[in-house]
Design a protein around this ligand. Structure first.
Ligand code: EPS
Length: 375
């Protein structure tokens, strides 16, 4: 079983990812992890923090000479901004000046303060900040190395910003040339314009991204128990990304509007299927088609123009305080979505084929892949 956790505050020493259950003997490329971390920092519409940070992975345990040891892996992404926050974030003795008392509607500020009985909202928002996703992406980058060895490729792209939508074909070159990670130059410009308007208005904007996993053989997951279903595993990881309000598999919300004869992916010899409306999962089990998940992200709750709120010390009505933030983080969230898809598929594979070393895992997995080919 694969275990995955993150730790760390936005302006603390760093963000950490803990992984246990990774087989020994997996080749880890620091470049693959750092490339994902760098992509997460990009995208039109990000705020000032990304000018301060240059996210790179530091390995604290579990890897030696480029190979996993089979022991727990601890990854760190250090916060460069910690230098500016040391006196406010020290674990034992802090100075005042960074307290917050007016919760932002849509943020964890208010429910978190109630949940943990905090008066200073900073004690909530430091952990609820999307800075935490740097840890997810580091973990995703590491497990990308595992999926690469098993012949599985996970990629994502932005399929909507505000009302501007993209429903065309994926092209990695075009995506990487786009400031908003959308594989179409004309739509990308429209998306940029939509973000520009939000910035000008002191507002924020959400959207959606699509993640695909290619190369996963049929037969991963299980129809026999709810928590072994591949769609259960994938959607839980995807839904856990901050600001995600909906996860769809395949045609998702459009599935209810058509007849079965127009929806189900008919089975044909050898090539398998003519369509992929199911998004690669039937009965909670992969069917050999690409896994396709689309996630909807709400607009970021930190608005320059503010929203109605209260001072939690006395209930007096006021406007929510502005904290430096992003205007639109959908492109960055698509990289986090890739990471969560990677972690969820690696988890499902380890549930089904868990082994203590890579050679045994690869042997069992390739044997399964061979058996999964249709006659
Ligand atoms: C982020 C770091 C944060 C925010 C943003 C994402 O840094 P700071 O708070 O210092 O500006 O820019 O966080 C949020 C959107 C949020 O809601 O907290 C990052 O590294 O991705």
């Amino acid at each position: 079983m694969l275990t995955f956790y993150t730790a760390g505050e936005s302006h603390g020493r760093g963000i950490f990812a803990f992984l246990d259950g990774i087989p020994a003997g997996l080749n880890i490329s620091k470049e693959v992890i750092d490339n994902d971390l760098a992509r997460r920092q990009m995208g039109y519409g990000r705020g000032g923090r990304m000018m301060i940070e240059k996210d790179r992975v530091d390995v604290l345990s579990g890897i030696r000479g480029g190979l996993t040891l089979g022991s727990p892996v601890m990854l760190a992404v250090w916060n460069a901004d910690f230098e500016n926050w040391k006196s406010y974030m020290d674990p034992f003795s802090i100075v005042s000046g960074k307290e917050l008392y007016t919760p932002r509607p849509g943020h964890a500020d208010l429910p978190g303060a109630i949940r943990f009985c905090h008066k200073d909202l900073r004690n909530v928002l430091e952990r609820a900040s999307a800075r935490e996703t740097a840890g997810r992406v580091a973990a995703g980058g590491l497990l990308r190395c595992l999926l690469n060895e098993l012949g599985i490729n996970v990629y994502g792209y932005v399929s909507g910003i505000g009302k501007v939508k993209f429903d065309g074909m994926f092209d990695i070159g075009k995506r990487d040339a786009s400031s908003v990670f959308c594989p179409d130059p004309v739509t990308s410009k429209e998306m940029e314009k939509a973000i520009e308007k939000a910035i000008k208005d002191g507002d924020t904007l959400g959207g959606e991204f699509r993640i695909e996993a290619a190369g996963l053989p049929a037969g991963i997951g299980s129809s026999a128990q709810w928590n072994k279903r591949l769609d259960t595993i994938i959607s839980a990881f995807m839904m856990s990304i901050p600001a995600i309000k909906a996860v769809q598999i395949g045609k998702g919300v459009h599935s209810g509007a058509v007849y079965g004869s127009n929806f189900h992916d008919e089975i044909c010899a050898r090539s398998g299927r003519r369509t992929n409306n199911a998004g690669g999962i039937e009965g909670g089990i992969s069917n050999g088609q690409n896994i396709v998940a689309t996630c909807t992200m709400k607009p970021i709750p930190t608005l320059i123009k503010g929203l109605d709120s209260i001072d939690i010390r006395n209930g007096a009505e006021t406007r929510a305080q502005y904290e430096r933030s992003d205007y639109c983080a959908v492109p960055a969230a698509s990289v986090v979505g890739e990471a969560m898809m990677i972690v969820s598929i690696a988890s499902a594979i380890m549930n089904d084929f868990g082994q203590a070393n890579m050679d045994e895992l690869k042997y069992a997995f390739e044997e399964h892949r061979r058996r999964s080919e249709l006659p």
